[in-house]
Design a protein around this ligand. Structure first.
Ligand code: CP
Length: 302
């Protein structure tokens, strides 16, 4: 089964994915190896038509951790460069692999993939969604807050695809969602109403009490002409932790970021016990192990 939009990932599936992720994490923590060969002979195709560090490498590690193989192609070295359609590319790759991980710079329409006979996992489509990142983010939050938590999204909510998926996912649960963004980087219309504007005094009003602070960089690559004044002046100061003092944030709060970061979280936060963005990246492997087991229909052995 595909994972293209977070809306279509049921609660039962999420529980199963997280259960498999927990087994993978336990294996890492205590040299316990129940799942190392269960994808032997299976192939994952990583199709990345836009740059990636975390998503590509963590899917790679996840598949290899299960004993499977990974084949990879990018835009520059594929026949997309010669004008081949995405559908023809996917149908061709489906002859070689058991599942596809797909990142595109354009937004995808799931209806266009109905003829593809193997599961497709959306690894980030344009300014659309990033559903597997949302699952990683929820998994990371749940390690600290099981329920009744509050979260503040900061930054470029218009183009931040990780937030588009995560805000929809969180709206299913008992949590209070705030946001703060520049006027020209508001959430897409369909997602407004899922969160409350923290307003310009967020740093004194919401920041000291919130459980989760979720920052994003300015997604400059989504704007064709960044010289036209569309860039946000003072982004890292007004929509990041650049000048925010760690002692204002609650001791048991957590700071998250899907990365890559710009200057919105300065390096000195990395030593703070509440900074969880590298833990998020590590959880990427565990959760993507769970996702691969789900789409490849591999039962968890414990
Ligand atoms: N979080 C994320 O999608 O990072 P990459 O672009 O490096 O994959």
């Amino acid at each position: 089964m595909n994972i293209l939009k977070i809306f279509n990932v049921s609660e039962d599936r999420i529980q199963k994915i997280f259960a498999s992720a927990n087994v993978a994490k336990k294996r890492d923590d205590c040299c316990y190896h129940p799942i190392t060969e269960i994808a032997k002979g299976r192939f994952l195709a990583n199709l990345f038509f836009e740059p990636s560090t975390r998503t590509r490498l963590s899917f790679d590690v996840a598949m290899k951790s299960l004993g499977g193989e990974v084949i990879t192609v990018g835009k520059q070295n594929s026949s997309v460069q010669k004008g081949e359609s995405l559908n023809d590319t996917l149908m061709t790759v489906a002859q070689y692999a058991d599942a596809i991980v797909l990142r595109t710079s354009e937004n995808i329409n799931p209806d266009n993939f109905e003829n593809i006979p193997i599961p497709i996992i959306n690894a980030g489509d344009g300014d659309g969604e990033h559903p597997t990142q949302a699952l990683i983010d929820l998994y990371t939050i749940r390690n600290y807050f099981k329920e009744h938590f509050s979260i503040l999204f900061l930054g470029d909510l218009k183009y931040g695809r990780t937030i588009h998926s995560l805000i929809q996912l969180l709206s299913r649960y008992d949590c209070k969602i705030y946001h703060r963004c520049p006027d020209n980087r508001k959430l897409p219309i369909g997602l407004r109403g899922l969160s409350e504007d923290a307003e310009s005094n967020w740093a004194t009003r919401i920041f000291p009490d919130v459980d989760v602070v979720y920052c994003t960089r300015e997604q400059t690559e989504r704007v064709a002409d960044m010289t036209s004044g569309y860039r946000v002046p003072g982004y890292r100061t007004f929509y990041g932790l650049y000048d925010k003092q760690p002692n204002i944030l609650k001791e048991d709060a957590i700071v998250m970021h899907p990365f890559p970061r710009g200057g919105e979280i300065p390096k000195h936060w990395d030593q703070d016990h509440r900074a969880k963005y590298f833990e998020q990246a590590k959880n990427g492997v565990y959760v993507r192990i769970g996702i691969l087991m789900d789409v490849l229909e591999i039962e968890c052995p414990v």
